[in-house]
Each structure stands twice: as C-alpha cells, then as structure tokens.
Ligand binder design. Sequence first.
Ligand SMILES: Nc1ncnc2c1ncn2[C@@H]1O[C@H](COP(=O)(O)OP(=O)(O)OP(=O)(O)O)[C@@H](O)[C@H]1O
Ligand SMILES: [Mg+2]
Length: 274
Amino acid sequence: MRIETPAAQLPPAGEPMVDIRKLWSVFTTPEKTFVVHQDLDLSVQRGEVLALVGGSGTGKTLLLRQILCLETPARGEIRVLGKSVESIGQKGAASRIGMLFQHGALFSAFSVLENIAFPLRELKTLPSALIRDAAMVKLQMVGLKPDDADKMPADLSGGMIKRVALARALIMDPPLLLLDEPTAGLDPDSSDGFVTLLRSLHRDMALTVIMVTHDLDTLFELATRIAVLADKRVIVADSPREVLAFQHPFIHDFFLGERGQRAMELLREYPFAI
Ligand SMILES: Nc1ncnc2c1ncn2[C@@H]1O[C@H](COP(=O)(O)OP(=O)(O)OP(=O)(O)O)[C@@H](O)[C@H]1O
Ligand SMILES: [Mg+2]
C-alpha cells in the first residue's frame, strides 16, 4: 500500500524541491549575538541525494529544522516543494517531508508498529485498521519482519531502531526525505545495510534526499551531489569530484587530510558518486 504523493505536493516542473535564498540565522544569548548562517544559498533538484557536510556547529541540523519549519530564520527565503515554508507551516511540512533526526529516539512506551504509525494516527482521519496496514507495509519496506511489529524499542539493536525511525519518516510517502547522520553510531555491517536500504528506497520511492553525514562511506555511496557548509554559507555544491578539487581548508581536512587516500579509493569504488 502506498499513499500517493498528490501532484499538488510537488513543485511545478523545473522548480527545485528546496530553494534557499540569502538565509541568515542569528541567535542572541545574554552574553552575545552570533550568526550561524549568513547569505546562505542552496537549491536541491528533484531526485537528488544531496549530502550536506560541514564542521560541528556550522548549522547543518538547524538548516534541516528550518526546512521543516521547526525554526524560523532571521532573514531570507526557504521554498519547499514550490511553496514558502511559512505558507506550508509545521503541520504541512510534517506531512510532506520525512525526517530522520540526528538523535532520533523512538517513543519508548510505544511498540515498533505504534511508533511507525504515529504520524498517521496524529492526522486523526484514517481508520485504525488502515493505519495498521500502512505501518506494516512500511515495516517490511525497511527490512524488518512482521514479528518485529510488537517489539518495544528497548529490545531493538541500533540498526533496527534506525530502520523503525526511517519507516516512521516514510509513513506519509513524502517526496522529500531529510536524514541527519543516518549511519552515526552503527557498526560497519549495520551501516552498510542501512546505506543499501536507503539507496533502494531512494530509487523505488522516487525520493529527493538531503542527508547530513560525516561518514565518507555513506557519503560516497549515496550522494549525487555534495554541499559544503563553511564560513556560514554553502561554499560549494557540486559533484564529489568537483568538491574534492575545491580549494578550502575544511574540504582539505575533511576529504583530503588523513582520510584522503580513503576518499580517493571511495571515489574509484563508487562510480555512481562521480
Ligand atoms: N534554537 C536555537 N537557539 C539557539 N542556538 C541555536 C538554536 N539552534 C541551533 N543553535 C546553534 O546554532 C549552531 C548550529 O547548530 P547545529 O545543531 O545546527 O550544528 P550542526 O552543524 O548540526 O553540528 P553537529 O555536526 O555537531 O551536529 C550551534 O551553535 C547551536 O548552538
Ligand atoms: Mg547536527
């Protein structure tokens, strides 16, 4: 079962899925005012898997939260699926955009199935049998077994928790999926399995994905384009090859420092990323 994305949820042909212009994010504490984003521009086209990389605290998670309308920027415009985020609102964003949070905990008192079904139940428009069926479909879509439906989060491995959180993010069949460090904290095998799952879901569900990641394997296996957040803005958003050739200290340290050899190997290993 698939809840089809209404055509009205997609941007008009040729318009980006996400379009961010001249974005400023400014916070004030009793001690100081600090600027996180300054004149940041970023566009994401339909079907892309855009990897967003940047140092800790550069505002990657904040940017995802602004796309979801959970935070309001100080200045600038964010258009999502052809509309301004303000006009979509938090509820509208939640039904159009799937989000796998960086520290995306499940509700510990809810079973796996109840966690997956939660966004649909919140809508209060569908009969519970239908909600259960839709959640079961998503459970299997992320590689879990029907037997897992009644397990509690405390009984799951890290990889299973990520899969449940992903199933919950996809329950509305959103055209846009945001992933914040999807493979952080997973052992190498679980991480590989999760990357394979994300690749097949991207293909099968015609998803557009924005993914924050520090993990080079995840990045090179999935990303069709890389955007680098540094100096409070996106300094480059291009193919992995072009980004690696871009001269900037962060890019040098992130891709070409100690991990450089590995990055070059990955680029050879994953021609998809070139
Ligand atoms: N609502 C808020 N109020 C005040 N400051 C905020 C708020 N949201 C984010 N910040 C600040 O903005 C900066 C960017 O935070 P963010 O969590 O987006 O970083 P990040 O790039 O995701 O880092 P990491 O890689 O460590 O996850 C931080 O200094 C954070 O404290
Ligand atoms: Mg973050």
